[in-house]
Write a protein that binds this ligand. Structure first.
Ligand code: HEM
Length: 192
């Protein structure tokens, strides 16, 4: 059952999603159409949601013995790759929409939103590119260390979200909840 799910989720996240995003990007690439709806923003929201799910899954699976959390932990690689594609299209489409070419678009206090996004995107790209068995073999122990940066990225993306939305509370709430869950899991608390 698990292998069956994993196989189809892999096909979707490695092949179907990027192809779908290429198609949708063409449809939404015209500036007028992009400005009229929040397609680009929605891609970022889904990407962030997947990162939240990925980092929450581990402590939740340690605290609760529910199967769903174990499944998510097992599928983190596929979910991570899907998050990478969504972030890549979100970032690149905004770079094109707002002409963010050149380093000057990412420095200075007016560009905090873009700088945080870029740092997040570079990080997710590193993880996305190394989310395969060959990289696991080549990097050995370093692979685990590298993939721990997902926790740093999680906070970088929360900060990007704060600047984008102009509201602090939701991101701070999610951040605190994560720290609290990690702490509870680390203390060895087991419920259900
Ligand atoms: C170079 C990289 C990036 C650029 C240039 C960029 C740009 C933007 C811009 C301009 C917005 C504001 C949209 C608006 O409200 O009008 C935004 C919002 C957002 N971004 Fe990014 N971003 C980047 C990377 C990322 C990454 C890597 C993630 C997540 C993994 C992400 C997640 C989000 C989210 C969740 C929002 C708020 C959603 C919304 O406004 O609907 N972004 N980004």
């Amino acid at each position: 059952m698990m292998q069956f799910f994993k196989k189809y989720l892999s096909i979707i996240s490695y092949y179907v999603l990027p192809l779908l995003l290429i198609g949708l990007s063409f449809i939404f690439s015209e500036r007028g159409i992009a400005a009229e709806n929040d397609f680009y923003g929605t891609l970022g929201s889904f990407s962030m949601l997947l990162i939240v799910v990925i980092v929450f899954a581990k402590p939740l699976s340690q605290i609760f013995s529910w199967k769903i959390f174990k499944y998510i932990v097992a599928f983190r690689r596929q979910l991570g790759v899907a998050s990478f594609w969504l972030a890549l299209f979100h970032g690149v489409l905004y770079i094109r929409l707002y002409d963010l070419f050149g380093i000057e678009s990412f420095v200075g206090s007016n560009n905090t939103l873009y700088l945080l996004g870029l740092v997040g995107l570079v990080g997710i790209a590193l993880l996305g590119i190394t989310s395969n068995n060959i990289s696991v073999k080549l990097l050995g122990k370093k692979w685990k260390t590298l993939h721990r940066i997902v926790y740093v990225l999680f906070f970088v993306i929360l900060a990007h979200y704060v600047v984008a939305e102009g509201s602090v509370f939701p991101a701070v709430f999610v951040g605190f909840l994560f720290v609290a869950l990690k702490f509870v899991a680390w203390r060895g608390v087991r419920l259900w």
